[in-house]
Structures are given as structure tokens and as C-alpha cells.
Design a protein around this ligand. Structure first.
Ligand code: C2O
Ligand code: CU
Length: 448
């Protein structure tokens, strides 16, 4: 069943699938945009079901996949500061699962720790207040050793947090604000999604944007806001426009940057997010622009200008205030060893590796000798990246402000400042290359 046709569920308020057509030398299909669910204003908990199903990856042919509520990606959740998100996860897969809200600052019981995985047929009731800056976060499975398979088979979705600060900027909205979940995938000879990781992780043979292969998006001569999520298991994308125009970068994992910046290319590792303004106002009807991945040499998404409009939306320069975290109380070292260890240890779900005092500023130093990429992700708090030495030897514009995932390449040392000031309890640090995570490159710690 085409995922765009399944819009009858409670709480599903909107969906967009532009009319079919083709553009360019290969057949392209309309970009799928998942329905939005305002989870902050529902009278009852929203039911999110993980199950095997079929999806249309473009072109009408159905592929077997694992999906949240029939969609790849799953519904886009939206909530505002002060709201309470209530979501019931139902497991209709044939294996255990649990959902983690990546980037959401929630207490331990709502964080999707693998110890809380539910068996087939089970349910997990989440309920958490939204108390953080506006951002694009996301949700995906987090069971012990099965995360890579479940994500590659299709389980993931966006979770947007809104707040008054961002609302006051007058950023492009409605049809001009489009989430883009970028990942790679492999199909078997029958056209079904398959998960066959190699020794160095899962690298799919084709890119998918919002679950669409070879997508296009019809656009107006307007300013657009693309909220981009690196949703691959292992692949790092290098985003660029074939027009040579830069992106205007306004936001990353943890919300708005201090100021907007023009960047020609952006590295996007698994788990990272960027918010990009793209200006089509100087183009004419019929013009085309391609969003590309320079790393694999892939065309990701074609923009086709179909309508002339006049759009006065200003591009903001000053965006937010980023208060530096200040001086650390202590430093901790984390060595990402081989493809399965942190500080020499393979993950053990029942072992707590260290304790972090609530409210202290700490300096965490991530290093690796090899086997990168290691996108380092921390649950429970965002951090500020302060330095990178070795390897690429610099910080990039998309690493300023607040982050929850930072890319560690071979022979790099990255230092971040972090402070857990929302909840006590058990959280995780891990490599977001999902095959490394599943192999054990993950550690439990406790905020005390
Ligand atoms: Cu996106 Cu612990 O995960
Ligand atoms: Cu890794």
C-alpha cells in the first residue's frame, strides 16, 4: 500500500505527496513527506506500531520493509516547549524492540534504553514533558544488538520541537519547511529492503530521501527550510548543491546556531542534523537544482521550479544566544577502540561504567586510532564541541552551538563540554555507526 494513502489514523493532520511526473534523464518520483502528528495536543496517547509491511519507495512498486505506522520515515512528531508527549509503542515485529528519542532530553524510563526492550506483542507507554530548545530530533529503535537491522529495514522518524524563540524568527513554514531524512538502502532481487552488513558496517547501494528513491520536489521561487537528518547506519554524506550555491546553515542537533552561516558543503554523519535555508528566488520556472552527496557521487534530491511567486521572507543573521558552558570540573577520556569497544570494554547492558555528578560541567575527550567513522552520541544532554586535533584538525560551522552527536574520524581527538542538568539516572554513550553500536561500542553511565 502506498504510504501516502494511509492517512486515516487518529492524530494524522497533514501529508503531502506532489503529483507524479518525471524529470531529468532518469525517472524521478515525488518526494514523500510523512504526515505530521502534533503529539503535544492529543487527548490520548498516540499509538506507534512497529511492524513488517510494504511501502512504495517511488514508482508504485511495493517493497517489504519494517515500518512505524506504515510509513518510511514514520510520522513526523511535533511538540512545543511545555507540552507532554504521550506515545504508546506497540511491537508487532518478530523480535524485541524499544524506541529511543534521539536528541530529546527525557528521563531514563522514557529514553529507550535497551534494557527496556519489549517482546513481540508487547507495548511500552512513553510520557515525557518537552523541556528543551527548538530542534529537529528523531526516533529510532534501540534494542541491544538489533538496532542496525531495525533501522536499515526502515524504522525511523523525525521529532520536531518548537519554541517561541525560533517561532519569532519567521523562518519558512508550511510547504516551505520540509524534513529530509537521508539514508542509504539495499534492495534484494525482489525489490525488498534487505540488511546485509559487511565487515565494516552496512553500506546501502542506493540513497533514499524520506524513503523515496530518485526523488524530486516541485518548488516555488521562494526561500525553503530543509530540516535534514543523517539517517544512515554507517555512511557519512557530504551534502552540496549542483548549482554551486551555498546553503545557509541555521541550526544543528541541539537547535539554532548563534548566527546563520553560508556553507558550500556539509558532512552529515549518522545521527547528525542540520537545518538549511535554500534560496530559489533567483531561479526561473523550469530550472532544476540537485542536492548531491559528493562523497558517494550520488544525486539525492532534485528540486524542480514550477511556480513563480514573490516571497519576501528575510534570511536572518542573528539567531540565538549560545552561552558557553564554562570551565570543567573534571575530564573523562573515551577511546573508541576497534569496532566494538569503548575504553577496552564491550557493552554489557547490566554494567554501569561510570557515574557523573548532576549539574557538573565535564570535559569529555573522544579519541580513536582507527575504524572510523565513529559518530559519538550521548543520551541525556547536549554538549558543546570545543576542539578537534589530529585527522581533519578543525571544527566545522555545523559543529558550533549545541550537539548530541559528533563525528570522530580516524586519528582524531574531539573534546566536548557537557553538563547533565535535567535528570538523574542511567544514560548511554555510544558510536552511532549502528554496526559498531550493535557490536558493543556503547557504555552505560549514571547521572547521580
Ligand atoms: Cu540515535 Cu543511542 O541513538
Ligand atoms: Cu564506531
Amino acid at each position: 500500500m502506498a504510504s501516502g494513502a494511509l492517512l486515516t489514523g487518529a492524530g494524522v493532520f497533514s501529508s503531502t505527496r506532489v503529483l507524479a511526473g518525471s524529470a531529468g534523464p532518469i525517472t524521478r518520483y515525488p518526494l514523500y513527506v510523512p504526515p505530521t502528528v502534533d503529539v503535544g495536543s492529543l487527548p490520548t496517547a498516540y499509538l506507534l506500531t512497529a511492524k513488517a509491511s510494504t511501502v512504495d519507495l517511488g514508482g508504485g512498486k511495493l517493497s517489504k520493509a519494517w515500518v512505524y505506522n506504515n510509513f518510511i520515515p514514520g510520522p513526523t512528531f511535533r511538540a512545543g516547549q511545555g507540552d507532554i508527549a504521550k506515545i504508546n509503542l506497540k511491537n508487532q515485529l518478530a523480535q524485541p524492540t524499544i524506541t529511543h528519542w534521539h536528541g530529546m532530553v527525557v528521563d531514563y524510563q522514557n529514553d529507550g534504553h535497551p534494557a527496556y526492550a519489549i517482546q513481540p506483542g508487547g507495548q511500552y507507554a512513553y510520557s515525557f514533558p518537552i523541556n528543551q530548545r527548538a530542534a529537529l530530533n528523531w526516533y529510532h529503535p534501540h534494542p541491544d544488538k538489533l538496532t542496525g537491522q531495525q533501522v536499515a529495514m526502515g524504522l525511523a522518524g523525525a521529532f520536531i520541537v518548537n519554541d517561541p524563540e525560533e517561532g519569532a524568527l519567521g523562518l519558512p513554514a508550511g510547504p516551505y519547511e520540509v524534513p529530509l531524512v537521508i539514508r542509504d538502502a539495499s534492495l534484494n532481487t525482489k525489490g525488498n529492503l534487505q540488511y546485509k552488513p559487511g565487515g565494516d558496517g552496512f553500506f546501502g547501494r542506493i540513497p533514499l530521501v524520506n524513503g523515496t528513491a530518485n526523488p524530486y520536489l516541485n518548488v516555488d521561487t521562494a526561500l525553503y527550510r530543509f530540516r535534514v537528518l543523517g539517517g544512515a547506519n554507517a555512511r557519512v554524506f557530504e551534502l552540496a548543491l549542483d548549482s554551486g550555491d551555498p546553503f545557509t546553515l541555521i541550526r544543528n542537533d541541539g537547535g539554532l546556531l548563534a548566527a546563520s552561516t553560508q556553507v558550500a558543503t556539509i558532512d552529515l554523519a549518522p545521527g547528525e542534523r542540520v537545518d538549511l535555508l535554500v534560496d530559489f528566488r533567483a531561479l526561473k520556472v523550469g530550472d532544476r537544482v540537485m542536492l548531491r552527496d559528493l562523497s558517494a557521487g550520488w544525486d539525492l534530491l532534485q528540486f524542480v521550479v514550477i511556480r513563480q511567486v514573490s516571497d519576501p521572507t528575510p534570511i536572518p543573521t542573528t539567531l540565538s544566544t549560545i552561552v558557553p558552558l564554562g570551565t570543567e570540573v573534571r575530564t573523562r577520556d573515551f577511546s573508541f577502540d576497534g569496532m566494538s569497544k569503548i575504553n577496552g570494554l564491550v557493552y554489557d547492558m547490566s554494567r554501569i561504567d561510570f557515574q557523573v555528578p548532576f549539574g557538573d560541567v565535564e570535559r569529555w575527550r573522544f579519541t580513536t586510532g582507527g575504524n572510523a567513522p565513529h559518530p559519538v552520541h550521548v543520551h541525556g544532554a547536549s554538549f558543546q564541541v570545543v576542539s578537534r586535533t589530529g585527522g581533519r584538525g578543525q571544527l566545522f560551522p555545523w559543529e558550533s552551538g549545541w550537539k548530541d552527536t559528533v563525528l570522530l574520524q580516524d586519528r582524531e581527538t574531539v573534546e566536548v563540554l557537557i553538563r547533565f542538568a535535567s535528570y538523574k539516572g542511567e544514560y548511554l554513550i555510544h558510536c552511532h555507526k549502528l554496526e559498531h553500536e550493535d557490536n558493543g561500542m556503547m557504555s552505560n553511565f549514571e547521572v547521580v
